[in-house]
Design a protein around this ligand. Structure first.
Ligand SMILES: *Cc1c(COP(=O)(O)O)cnc(C)c1O
Length: 371
């Protein structure tokens, strides 16, 4: 394929407009109803979403909150973890996982990922446990559920809570159970680009723990379960009616969207044959919902520019490891070679439920011609 031969059709990394325009009429009808009711927070839409989302995840409870970072932060706060408490977290994650721990004054203990799954290396967790450890936060990164069996064992053995960061893995299934139902409590994000996204910020917590449910519910609402009666020094973190309505329209389509992502991922895995590219290892089908399709290559910037010349947008998840960020100066001297290697080599290819067959084929063809 020659690059300037014909008009270059841009292949967007993620065409959010195309995704959401599929639901435009249904969402507009919902918003009309909200105008008619004149009720904007903690109403029918949020209640309906909490019910259907907990049902979807298989948990007893779900609580809508303002965003994914708040979801994780509120879980930690509700458990009462604070200064001197340690929480184990993968070094290879989006920074929000770690920020939620820091925000509560706890110490995040970074554990290296597995180079094949990019998720936390569960064999390294036990070494990181100390008498101060209170919880293990697992992150189902790029859409792939963490292999939980070791985590379950360790949590039992050392009496630790398991907190899931499910912000990238809505709908993924591990051993018959959905993410969000694999630990004690889970945080979800509905940031527009996630597999289930709203038209702004949104998040949720899922759990089977009634005490945690009641505490989070209050903490997210100024520490109050009853108007003007405050039990805790809470926050204001709520899912508003418009965002909940958007999610109520989109949730029934999530499984189909994930199926489409899976078929694109399989097509990439079966057809990208360029030896310069390391493909993600395919796992048990349902464990992965392919929020991102992440390849590795030695000369990443070169490949990224080459793809852009052919109109193919890519992104890097993520370019700077958390322990090398200015925000975490105290860790800048740490050496985490696997995390650093991943950050140097990863590149995310376009993957989304609205990609056309033509676009998918073009990505494969252009990558296979890369030298
Ligand atoms: C997006 C994301 C979050 C944060 O969600 P927000 O809604 O943006 O606050 C947390 N963890 C991971 C792994 C994420 O990808």
């Amino acid at each position: 394929m020659k690059k300037n031969e014909e008009e270059i059709n841009e292949i967007k990394f993620l065409d959010l407009k195309k995704i959401n325009n599929q639901y435009q009429i249904a969402i507009q009808q919902k918003i009309e109803q909200i105008f008619d009711k004149g009720w904007y927070l903690q109403g029918d839409e949020n209640k309906a979403f909490e019910e259907t989302f907990s049902e979807y995840c298989g948990t007893k409870y779900a609580i809508g909150v303002a965003n994914g970072l708040d979801a994780l932060d509120l879980i930690i706060k509700a458990y009462g973890f604070a200064s001197n408490d340690e929480i184990i977290v993968p070094a290879n994650t989006y920074i929000a996982s770690v920020l939620a721990i820091s925000a509560n004054g706890c110490k995040p203990v970074l554990v290296e990922p597995d180079i094949n799954t990019y998720n936390i290396d569960t064999k390294l967790i036990e070494k990181a446990i100390t008498p101060k450890t209170k919880a293990i936060m697992v992150v189902h990164l790029y859409g792939q559920a963490v292999d939980m069996s070791d985590v379950w064992q360790l949590a039992e053995k050392y009496n630790l809570k398991i907190i899931e960061d499910s912000a990238q893995a809505h709908g993924a299934i591990y051993k018959g159970r959905r993410v969000g139902n694999l630990g004690d409590a889970s945080g979800f994000s509905f940031y527009p680009g996630k597999n289930l996204g709203c038209l702004g910020d949104g998040g949720a917590i899922t759990t089977n723990d009634k005490d945690l449910y009641l505490k989070v519910k209050a903490l997210a609402n100024y520490g109050s379960n009853q108007k003007y009666v405050n039990l805790y020094k809470g926050e204001n973190s709520r899912l508003d009616e418009i965002q909940a309505a958007v999610l109520n329209v989109k949730l029934p389509h999530l499984d189909n969207d994930n199926k489409k992502r899976r078929s694109i991922a399989n097509y990439y895995i079966n057809n990208i044959t360029n030896p310069l590219i390391i493909l993600p290892k395919s796992s048990v089908e349902e464990m992965h919902v392919w929020h991102l399709f992440v390849i590795r290559t030695k000369n990443r910037e070169h490949l990224q520019n080459y793809l852009l010349e052919y109109g193919i947008q890519t992104l890097i998840h993520y370019p700077i490891p958390i322990h090398k960020q200015v925000a975490y100066k105290e860790w800048n001297e740490l050496s985490l070679p696997i995390t650093e290697k991943i950050h140097r080599e990863v590149l995310s290819l376009p993957i989304s439920p609205v990609m056309t067959d033509e676009e998918i084929k073009k990505v494969v063809q252009v990558i296979n011609e890369y030298r």
